[in-house]
Ligand binder design. Structure first.
Ligand SMILES: NC(=O)c1ccc[n+]([C@@H]2O[C@H](COP(=O)([O-])OP(=O)(O)OC[C@H]3O[C@@H](n4cnc5c(N)ncnc54)[C@H](OP(=O)(O)O)[C@@H]3O)[C@@H](O)[C@H]2O)c1
Length: 308
């Protein structure tokens, strides 16, 4: 199959692309910056230079494709630079659907996220709107909603690499966030980190499995972990002992209110809100359907952190 990827140059794309090639498919990448192709097997890909906002480039990227995978997503917006959730996570999807229909592409896979909802943060809301647009598109669609994804970053940013850099390697104690005024349940909220290899396989296998069409799948690791357990696992993976102390979320949110429009500030208010909502799955039906046995989140599975 010829598979067009919009947003295929990031962390997730850098794993889906080789998985597509290994399965005998030909990836075609929309690439806005030649530098973003670093580490990708570009000699086995087709490349279309351009932006998702460029209609001609988008049309060229999906022309003659058998399937399209939309992966663009951001965690923070910078409207003064034209980087918005609305533009990249909703309008970009609508434009790609339109281009796909015009080009006669039948199959469309959307990367969404676990926990998206119509009344959530702008990240969650625009991904929810994109899901609705995909469902109404008339194309043969599949939507994936992963929890946080871990695995070798391939020179890009990844959940555990970022936590290691911002929290574990910091001289400050690790923050066990808690809502409200009392530190009860500090750091107890749960996530279910899913391995990038499993996410990549889910996308690749779904392409050729008609039984996944018209379905939305959550993708989580096999076992939820508390925030505290996640930090402890990352610290153990890099042989560090880390002091952890309760930290009121309100304090971080106040600082983020002042600074989160700057790239250097590590987290936005909305990111902290989504983190503390927890991120676990209610449904694991994708795995038996796709023949995947999801990898656990352990010290061993984080061995890639030692390289960084
Ligand atoms: N990573 C996770 O833990 C996780 C969990 C759940 C869902 N997701 C979703 O998975 C998708 C991929 O995530 P990722 O971790 O691979 O993110 P990533 O590494 O930041 O890659 C994002 C992709 O979007 C493109 N992109 C970013 N900003 C853009 C802009 N202003 N204009 C055009 N393209 C832009 C990037 O292109 P460049 O290479 O040119 O920058 C890259 O191809 C996203 O939709 C994300 O919401 C990720």
């Amino acid at each position: 199959m010829k598979v067009s990827l919009i947003g295929g140059t990031g962390f997730v794309g850098s794993h889906i692309v080789p998985a597509l090639i290994a399965a005998g498919h030909v990836p075609r990448l929309l690439m806005r910056d030649p530098a973003s192709g670093r580490g990708l097997p570009l000699d086995q890909c087709e490349v279309v230079p351009g932006e998702v906002a460029d209609s001609a480039a988008l049309a060229e990227c999906v022309r003659g494709a058998d399937a399209v995978i939309y992966l663009i997503g951001i965690l923070r917006e910078f409207p003064s630079q034209g980087i918005t959730f609305e533009g990249l996570q909703f309008s970009g999807v609508e434009r790609t659907l339109e281009a796909s229909r015009a080009a006669g592409v039948g199959r469309f896979l959307l990367m969404s996220a676990n926990g998206v909802k119509p009344d959530g943060t702008p990240y969650q809301r625009t991904k929810f709107q994109a899901e609705e647009a995909v469902k109404a598109s008339g194309l043969r669609w599949t939507i994936f909603r992963p929890s946080v994804i871990f695995g070798p970053p391939q020179g890009r940013m990844e959940f555990c690499t970022q936590l290691r850099r911002d929290i574990i390697d910091s001289p400050l104690p690790a923050p066990l966030f808690y809502p409200g005024l009392l530190p009860t349940g500090a750091g107890a909220f749960q996530l279910a980190p899913v391995a990038i290899a499993d996410v990549a396989q889910a996308f690749v296998r779904a392409l050729t499995r008609p039984e996944t069409e018209g379905r939305t799948f959550e993708l989580c690791g096999p076992e939820p972990k508390s925030w505290k357990e996640i930090l402890a696992t990352i610290a153990a993976a890099v042989d560090k002992r880390k002091l952890m102390l309760p930290a009121p979320a309100i304090g971080v949110k106040t600082a983020a209110a002042l600074f989160d429009r700057f790239y250097w500030f590590p987290i936005s208010r909305d990111q902290l809100t989504m983190l503390m909502e927890g991120n676990v799955c209610a449904d694991a039906s994708a795995y038996p359907l796709l023949g995947i046995s999801p990898q656990p989140f352990t010290v061993e599975s984080l061995s890639y952190l030692r390289a960084g």
